[in-house]
Design a protein around this ligand. Structure first.
Ligand code: GTP
Ligand code: ZN
Length: 375
């Protein structure tokens, strides 16, 4: 079955029958007629793609499988990538289309490897997503602010909006935790799924509708520490998600492969939920102060007056952000367009600056947030 690749392209994915002897014209505008789609899953070199126009597929659902054309080289394709495909777009079992182009990415969620030989290597995780949903439990397991900070750093670096979802709000009051994120303007939503709705994977849990509304029509990546209730929440948001990904069979272990792969799941209505089951660590050592600053348009404007190469960290010489924080007495309130964008109320300037600077610290430290970090 596994035929060896014998030429320019795998014969199974070749578009035109027969290679002929005429040289192929390389300079033609490449694949102007290709179909557009989004990568929803990647499994051993096979790219699952949802076509923007589903009509070429037999069942009109728009899902096909493709292999990367050799001409694309080694560049990594990730879930969420917008791609162009040619060839067999029927989606019939065993057919493979050819992925010939990757469109420019609007956002890119990345992390740094923080183990083994690859320490410090940047890895792209998801492209073109809008929201990073940081799932944290109010209790069991205890929330870890340092880890939340890292996820926030990753969101700002990616150009994504962060949304803090606090699960298990039936177990503890998390207002102290949420207060930490108010000055940053990070939107937060509590959820609690009672035992009955958890068992049925129904949508009955409290707060689930608010999460759905917050991400409706957009693409959201869900991240969180093991045990926080991320799967429970995703199942409530996307009925049937579990069936689609396949359960791990206790005996054979089969199904594990798909369940540790990143996968984009369609929200009823519109929008996508991307689970990150295999992503346990989240190093952010690749992120600089300037990357974090992207999430803070108000501070970014102020920082234009900083000395060249200013890190904006506490104690940075002549950092313009210090002057701005000290200037609060003038108007009493921070200009919060950065915060506003994410739906939070205004905070004071010093609190906003302190919170911003707190985020700069994890971005300097390589490390695994799955391990407790001592302050
Ligand atoms: N009390 C309470 N328990 C919850 C809630 N949501 C989830 N749980 C429970 O928390 C446990 C962990 O939930 P999961 O959804 O498996 O957690 P996860 O984050 O997906 O964890 P991994 O599968 O390890 O990644 C389960 O026993 C859930 O039933 C909630 O809102 N309240
Ligand atoms: Zn500065």
């Amino acid at each position: 079955m596994a035929r060896r690749d014998i030429g320019t392209d795998d014969p199974r994915v070749h578009v035109r029958p027969g290679r002929g002897s005429r040289p192929r014209t390389k300079q033609r505008p490449a694949h102007a007629d290709a179909a557009e789609g989004m990568v929803t899953r990647i499994d051993r070199g096979h790219y699952r793609i949802r076509l923007a126009d589903p009509s070429p597929t037999l069942d009109a659902a728009g899902d096909i499988t493709a292999m990367k054309a050799r001409e694309l080289g080694r560049g990594k394709i990730v879930v969420g990538d917008r791609v162009a495909v040619v060839g067999d777009l029927s989606g019939r079992d065993g057919t493979l289309a050819r992925l010939v182009r990757i469109e420019e990415r609007r956002t890119l969620l990345r992390r740094s490897a923080d183990d083994g030989d690859a320490v410090g290597t940047e890895r792209p995780i998801v492209a073109n997503a809008d929201i990073l949903v940081i799932v944290t439990a109010a209790a069991d397991p205890e929330p870890r602010p340092r880890m939340i900070d890292r996820y926030l750093v990753a969101a700002y670096d990616a150009g994504m909006e962060p949304l803090l979802v606090l699960t298990k709000s039936d177990l503890a009051d998390a207002s102290a935790l949420l207060a930490l994120y108010e000055p940053l303007g990070v939107r937060s939503l509590p959820t609690s799924l009672d035992a009955a709705s958890r068992a049925e994977a129904s949508c009955a849990g409290e707060g689930v509708d608010a999460v759905r509304e917050a991400i409706e029509g957009r693409t959201a990546v869900f991240v969180g520490h093991s045990g926080v209730g991320k799967s429970t929440l995703i199942n409530a948001l996307v009925p049937g998600a579990h069936r689609a990904t396949g359960r791990v069979n206790e005996v054979t272990g089969r199904g594990r492969h798909t369940s540790t792969n990143l996968q984009a799941l369609e929200l009823p209505g519109s929008g996508w939920v991307i689970d990150t089951p295999g992503v346990r660590s989240f190093g952010v050592s690749h992120v600089s102060s300037a990357d974090v600053l992207r999430g803070f348009p108000d501070l970014a404007a102020v920082a234009e007056d900083c000395p060249r190469g200013c890190t904006h960290e506490t104690g940075a010489i002549d950092c313009a952000i210090d002057d701005w924080a000290a200037g609060e007495a003038d108007d009493g309130r921070a200009p919060t367009h950065g915060a506003h964008q994410y739906g939070a109320g205004p905070g004071t300037r010093p609190a906003r600056v302190d919170s911003f600077r707190r985020l700069l610290v994890p971005s300097r430290l390589a490390g695994d947030p799955a391990r407790p970090v001592s302050r």
